[in-house]
Design a protein around this ligand. Sequence first.
Ligand code: ATP
Length: 688
Amino acid sequence: MQPTAVTEEQRFLDAALARQAQILRQIEQEIGDAAQERTEAVRVRGLQQRHKEILRAQDGLIFGRLDALDGVVRHIGRLGVREGDEDAEPLVLDWRAPAARAFYTATPVDPQGQARRRHVRTSGATVLDVNDEPLDGGAQTDLVGEGALLAALGQRRTGQMSTAIATLQREQDDIIRADASGPLIVQGGPGTGKTVVALHRVAYLLFTYSQISEQAVLVLGPSARFLDYIAQVLPALGETAVVSATCDTLLPGVVVGREESRRVSEIKGRGLWQSALQAHVASLQPVERDLTVRWEGEEYTLGTAQALRASLPGRSYHAARAVFTEHVHRLLTDAVVHRREAIMASMEDGFEDILSGLDRKKGAEQDVGPATRASSQDVDGTLSEDEVEELRDRISASPQVTDAVVQWWPSLDAGEVLRELLEDASRLTFLPAGEAALVAAEPSGWASSDIPLLDAVADLLGDVAVERLQGEFVADRARRQRGWIYGHVVVDEAQELSEMQWQMVVRRCPARSITAVGDIDQAEASHQHTSWAQAVESSFGERWSAAELTICYRTPSEVMDLTAPVLQKAGSHNTPPRAVRSSGVAPWQKTVDAQDLPTAVKNAVQELQHRWAGGTVGVVAPAARLAELTAAAPTDVPCLSAPQAKGLEWDAALVVDPDGIAAEPRGWNGLYVALTRCTQELGQIVLG
Ligand SMILES: Nc1ncnc2c1ncn2[C@@H]1O[C@H](COP(=O)(O)OP(=O)(O)OP(=O)(O)O)[C@@H](O)[C@H]1O
């Protein structure tokens, strides 16, 4: 009798798990052996990491299978599982391997040599069911693995994003595997899987390009809450060479300590600050004047024109000083040698006078010519090359010389430089007077828009390199170092970035291997951009490519149908993305008086929690109402403003006072965000 598909896949899973267990035992053995040697610390950490990754990948070890027209069968999973040598066909193919691509892109119209795609649903070591999709010209759909996809989308939300490797769609896969040599901007409406794509792209790039994994990837998200929401995805994909941050937390040791007005935030976000700060830091560079240094009790006055000319161009303030210092060492060595030669020469002259006097006296008695010439060479005073080298080394190592250079060319602190500039409206000549006065009147402490300015100043001044710690992973080192150059940067909710924040991104990846995902229609930040071209022009010019995601996976069609008028009022010319599914639950609306609002919200939330037991509920409201609503709602239900809700989702969302949200700055965009957070049910409470 033919085994059923489930039995067949169960057998395969058993074999793959057995092989994984064997690999784990081998790694444990290697860790045991290597741990005996202190010098093997880095290797041991690497092996432990690998061990952890394999253990994590055991859930979902296989999730798919491709049967090719030529009879070749391939299983696809979270990580590759090898059976024999490197060249042999692996038992399980890593989802990121080129041969696995057809799993995400083959369609009946373009079967790519495949006869069938099978989704295998497992729980731990058990195969639950399989879902087969013939690719031989059967049913026409633009979805890949529709059954498995809809099952995944219909599941209750846990409050943590999960991986989607089993059900990635073709348009998503195209972006995940796109060329990474320049900036790629991905536009997609709410719920189109932008975050999914961004994170799976990170995993793909780290797997495919060793240079990117050696330099780590930076993931920038809009808030700490959002980073927490996505925190499980990359480790689940087996990736650790990743640093995640918000633009506010990118500078080690710097904390945003105050709010600011939208007006000031907009002013400080403008790209013109880059050249203004550049000019300001250049004005702090030393100008040509003599430098006096003491060496072995003697004073030397050195001209600095040439050394300045050789060190300043193209270098940061502190890096230029380092080059200048080397020139000073050379200049001082030359000066010491010259002075010594001059002294010796005058001594020699005096000595020769004495000798010639003596010679004259002795000559009267006998001829002593050759002996006199020998004495003259002994006192000539010229230093050999080795002696000059040794003198230069002593000068370079001298704290006294270093102090003299530092006094002449002082170290600067980025915070102090920026603070002094911002406090003085008369120096902000690149802004209209009214705006300069507004900026100068800001209280002390750093606000969000100061961070990119601080980063720019720190970059212009130049950092001190951070030393590598024994056995340290690349991500830990990158996190400690402000000026770390990443192999790739991913920006989520990229529509929010100001021009100065974009500069901060480019500084972290000058090669511009950058993927930015966002929805220009959800922009809420204080900048005025309404198109990607405007948003990135000051950083990339026209050198960037665009991609688009068009299908909404999160929000059901019943809810998406409500969003078109809101999007229009937001001034967008785009149409909302097409919802892939319907939840069968009609959105509803209740009208209440303002004084009854907290109670109405509390009751509505409780009803939703009951209806979506085991899932999640969230409330989105105008910022001014959050305090009273947070006090009224159950503690496990977040009450957030529209900007705070960005990127998040719940099974049911309650939007409170939508008119109040629309009245906030960029409020229609905010309302568009608020309305698109649910995966199943949307309720609105309107003020009567
Ligand atoms: N291919 C997929 N398979 C399974 N689930 C998916 C897929 N693509 C997206 N999803 C799910 O759809 C939801 C929305 O995805 P995601 O948060 O990435 O969208 P987004 O475009 O970033 O949304 P927003 O603009 O609101 O931030 C998530 O629950 C995600 O897991």
